[in-house]
Every structure is written in structure tokens, then in C-alpha cells.
Design a binder for this molecule. Sequence first.
Ligand code: SF4
Length: 830
Amino acid sequence: MMQSNDGWIKTTCAYCGVGCGVEARPNMSGELEVRGDKSHPSNYGKLCTKGIALGDTVIHDGRLLAPIDKRTAGGEELDWHSATQIIADNFSKAIKEHGPDSVAFYVSGQLLTEDYYVANKLIKGFLGTANIDSNSRLCMASSVVGHKRAFGSDTVPVCYDDLEQAELVVLVGSNLAWCHPVLFQRLRSAKQNNPSLRVVVIDPRRTDSCDIADEHLALNSGSDVALFNGLLTHIAEHGCLDDEFVSNHTNNAKQALDQAAQESDIESLTGLSQEQLQRFYQDFVTTDKVITVYSQGVNQSTTGSDKVNSIINCHLATGKVGKEGTGPFSVTGQPNAMGGREVGALANTLASHMEFDKPEHLALVSNFWGTENLASKPGLKAVDMFDAMAEGKIKAVWIMATNPMVSLPDSEKIRKALETCEFVAVSDCIADTETTRMADIVLPAQGWSEKSGTVTNSERRISRQRRVMPSPGMAKPDWWIISQVAQKMGFGEAFDYLHEGEIFREYAALSTQGNQNGERDFSLIGLTQLDDKGYSQLLPQQWPVTELQSEVVNQRLFSDKQFYTPDRKANFVPVRHSAPKSVTSEAYPLLLNSGRTRDQWHTMSRTGLSARLGEHKSEPYVQIHPHTANEYRVQNGQLVLVSSAQGKCQVRAEVTSEVSPGQLFIPIHWNNLTAKDAKPCDLIAPYTDNASGQPEFKHTPVTLQPCLYQSAALFTSRHVMDFDKLDYWARQKIEHGYLYRIESTLSVYELAQQLKSHLTGESDRIASYESGMSGLKHRFVSVVNDKVSQEVYVQPRLSETDISSIIENFNRHVDSAQESVFPDESQLVS
Ligand code: SF4
């Protein structure tokens, strides 16, 4: 255990792919103190708002504490033996009756590598199907395809240090400032230290990343391939090809250049002026050290893989790869998306960077795992997997640490799939999510602060995640739960793990099979001899690990110009612009983009527990350009209905010039547990990139109309409330409870009466204020044990002052005089 004398334990942040080192320490009151780990080479002590608030999210509120059979009336609590036996029986039955491809695992970039490894080993090695896919499919599958096509392997060539060495950093489809904040802080500091370092942001939206940009190219959505093909042609036409590198170390350059030269109308496709294009192209070709950082804006597209290769082509053409401060750099969204790629927890990868289409890899893995039942072909990728489920082809699914009801496109189809599937098991640390509601059996997994294992960040750095708190209830590690099921299915010998360190050693050993001379990029040969103490004290290691790294190593790959293709040359991939599969129409003339906010994570099941994180963006919203708002008669702050061919979504209008006219942006986080009808996945069609299977989340044709509500209310409560019968509600975590924002077609009086009824039964004192016969203002306060426990405030419209006043009054101690429950009445009378 890496624990200092004063109790600080070194671990890793739970959220994004930066993979920041964290030090955590439980204090005397049972809370978790958190600070950045100054010795960790990813963040050197820095943390972003989400990392700083990690301690707020380790509370036991809402935790799943025991296995529950939800098929029984009232939900019978089970012991672990019975729960894992039920899963083993249902999976065995499906396989016996319908074959191995009738079962599936849907896993997550939140799992630790050891969990991923055991899940992949069970389903591919022993159940005989490759129907395992990770929610990382939604995040960076297009980058995996781009890397494999260009480099022959899924290799991220650069390290974070390169960002600080670069002279030009191009951010494409990446709001680094919000999605990878500590990396953004490193870039901002590098720019402050080196004013000649330039940053170009390529994004349809103006985001906070533009705060340090020298240039923002607000290109049209989906036009990245045209932009980078234009750059490739510019490179060739201006004599800027690196001839030695291209001739000796690459294939297909001519084909890619010919394709790029066919690209016409780059100005109209991208919406950028010739001056903007030329300035960017010149900057790229005249700068030696260029890094192109890209993320979901590139990957989450029906042409995502081609976008990735259009970027890599330009780096190959100029030899800007494998050298300090250069390279294409895919930054991953999740804390262990990279770990999942390494293990092979994607349906189209076998294991440990070995592939299904190589018979020698199948033989190596089969032999290593001691199985004769190894899957021999790729399985179903995420969207296809849920399609097969909806068609009744998958009879049993096990979902681990992810919430597909909220995060996959076309939520209605996902609901149908889970309803159709005969047996749905869900492992999660949270009891109530939209997906656990669909489960037959739920299994309590450990949460971030309780888990022990490893994660890999965007720069291929493996860090230990360490247990810093005991698990509540019956929560167990995911690897343990999977192993118990494996044992009950008759595979005990291969799954008799007692400790996560054993799994890691086996995983490291697998990476060396047929890889003694670095035939594959991914090798942990230097970690195969780790004993328990060595695993416990493991410092961050950047792969490939040829020998145990006892100090910080920063390796960039391909500096020897050797790639992992059969002839060791990199491949140019000829690509051409093609329009996204969804196109606007008269009915749906606007384009919806979706993405993250700064302080929330995915479906908010953890960050939604923190009051301070709830303050940044407290309600689901849509960004609309002032011209578009004007055209659709939408006022700033008004609720609007956004509709697509798939469904509808209700969000508050944020009128801003950060988006272009005709374009909208909605954050991905809110769902049916945190707001009424505010889930962007209800709008998004399940179109995917043909090569990667990654869905298009950034380009949905929609329309817009204002919601015409008559009344608005605020409701504070210590408990979660059920307001689903109302037209609109959104929940925000505040200190000691929750704040609900409500709007309705009811009159102010009617809404007030309805909300007042939610106070009854809980209070021993209810005080009321009503603004006379006009009925324009109603306020009710419920006091329990001399504290404000609930409060309702109803008006035609509400202001920020009303909101802060209600939050301030919540949980306030009041004396016995009834009038004192309205201390700030003067502020509320408008
Ligand atoms: Fe955690 Fe990412 Fe923030 Fe680092 S940047 S503290 S890894 S969320």
C-alpha cells in the first residue's frame, strides 16, 4: 500500500482519460479528503473541479448494498452464492438452448483493467463468444480503427510531455478545457512559458478551449476530412512532403494524395474562408513540432475513422510522428478506456492487442488460457448488440458499470432491447439508474474509493487505483463477481483468483506471448515478475514496459520509424469527405451537437451527488445562436422542446453566440432520474461509422419550439421527490438535499396547490404565504425538528434571486414563531 505516515494513500481519479494521480485520506468524521498527487507524472499535483470533489461522491446515499432479484415481488435480497448461481444458470441455459452467441456482456471504461481482463477471458475464452463490448465504443472506437489502419496497431504514439514541447497544438473536436481539464491546464502553462507556442481550435462551437487559442476555426459539422485533405494537398503542392520518411517508411502515399486532390469545394464544405484555410495550412507545414489532439468531435461520427486517418495522413506526409513534440494524439474520455483496449474488451479485438484474423494469435491465447472454446470471430459491437437483443437473438446480457439506457442512441430502442432480453443482469455501485430499473438481477459492485487495481490513461500510463475506504453492505470487486459466476459455470480452475495482483500478473504474462522481441506494441514484460508487494507499491508505468520503471518514464513510440504492419511501414489511408448519414430536412432544419459540461460526468450517477459540482450547470440546457432563437421566437432562459425524428427533449434555452446559427448544443448528462424528458439520446439516431461501429452523437437534425408554460416553481427537499406527473422538473443536488425547478401548464394557483400536497405527511409544521386573491405568488414551508425540511415557491416566472433565496433558507434552523420561516420575504416580493 502506497501510504504516507500521515495517512494519505496514492490512487487515481475516477473520471476522465487524463488519469490524474490523487492522494486520499479518510478523516475522523468518515469523510474522504482528496488532493492532487505531486509525484504523479500526469498531473504533478493538479486536479480539476471533478477531481477535487471526489470526496463528495463517496457517500452511501443511493448505493446498491446487496444483490437483489428484481423478478420477485418487492425485490428479494440475495446472498452472493445465490446471486452468482442465478447468473451462471441463466447464461448456461441460454448457451445450451441457443448457442454461445445468444449471450453478451456490455462493459465499461469505468472498470479496472483486472475486471476487464476477467470479463474478457470468461466470455471470449470460455463461453465461446466475442459478444463483449465496452461503452468505450461510444468514445474512441474510431481512433482504434484509424490507428490500426495507419500503424498496424492501436498505438497512441505521444506522451503528455510532448504537448509541452510542441510549437503548434491543434485541438480538433476537443473541448480540452472541460473534458480533459488538467491536460488543458498543462497546455495553458506551456503557452504562458513559451509565448511562441500556438494553439488552433477546430470546432463548430466556441468553447472555453478557445480562451488560449490563437485561432478558432468554426468549421461546419462533419467536414473534418475535407479540411485535412486540403491540408494534405497543400503539403504536397508546397513541396513540404518529408520525402525520406514517406518513401522509406510509409505505403500508399500516392493513393492518399490523389484522393485528397479530388476534394473540391473545401471552402464551402468547411464553411471556412480561403484566408483561414491558408493560414492554418501554412502554420502546419512551417512548424516542425505539431501535435494534433482530437477527441469525440472527431470520433463520434459516421465518418469518424476516416477523420482520424485524414489527420494521421498529414502527420505521416510531413514526418511529424515519433519525434519530440509531434504526432496525432487521441485523448480518451474515460479513466480506463485505454485499459479496455489493451485487454481486448471490444468485440472486434481478441485480447492484449492480438487479433481474430491472425490464426497464430488465436492459438497463443487459447493455449495461454488453457481453453478449447475460444471465440474465433469478432462479436457484436454496442449498437449491433442491442439491435440483436431487440430482435430476440440475445437471451442473456450482463451489463457492468454503465448505463446504456441513458448513453446509447435511441433510448426507446434500448428499452425495447432490455425488455425483450430474457435475462438482464446489471452490476453497479448505484441502486437506481435507468438501467438497473430494467434488470432482472442487480449486483452491488464496489465504488471508486473501494476498488483496487490498475487503469491506463491517454498517454499509455498504467497507474494503481487503490482502496481507500471500506465497501458498504455486500459490495464486491467486479473481477470477484465475474470469477464467482465463472466458477459456477464450471471454469473454476481458470478463475480461482484470490487477489487482483494475481490477475495483473497473468495479464502482463499474456502480453508477452509471441511477443518476446517486441513484435506487438503492447508488452508488459517488465511487470511479469511483480510480487504482491511490488504490485502494491507499483509506480505509474508507461507501456511498453520492458523493465520495471522505478522512476518517471516518458516514451514516445515510432521514433525508430518502425510500425506494427507486416513490412514495418506506416500506411496512408486514402479518404474522401462524405456527408454524415443524418441530413437536415424541412421538418428538422437545425443541427444538434452533444457533449460534456465541465463539472458533470456521464449520467451524473456519481457527480450528481456533489452539491458544489451541481452549481456550475444546474439544469439541462440547449445552446442556441441569437439569430436562431429569434427565428424560433425563443427567449433566453425559456424552456424549449427540441424534436428529432427519434424523439423529444425538453431543455432550457441558453442563447449564445458560442454556437453558429442553425446549430444547437445539449449536454449529455441529464436523464429521466434527474430531469423530465431531458435526455439527448432520445433524439439521436443509431447511425454508426461502418468501420468502427461508433455512433454519431454530434450531428442530429432537429427542430425547436418554445414551451408555453404558465407557472414556475422551486421545491427544496431533503429527499428525492417524484414529480413525473408534472410537465417539467429538473433536480439539482444542494447541501443536505435537493432543489427542483418545475414548470407547468397549470395556473400558478393550481400548481401551488398540487405542490403543497407533496408537503403533507412529512411535516409537523407547515407555514403558508399567499399573495392574496391574485394568486401570483405562493410559498409554503415545512418545518421538521425546527429546521426547514421542504419549501415550495410558485410564481409565473422565477429569478436567480428566488433560487438563491430558497437554497439559503433550506435546512435553516427556525424558532417556534411561525413567521420566522419567511425571513427573506422582502426579497421574494417583486
Ligand atoms: Fe480527474 Fe480528469 Fe479532472 Fe484529472 S482532469 S482530476 S483525471 S477529471
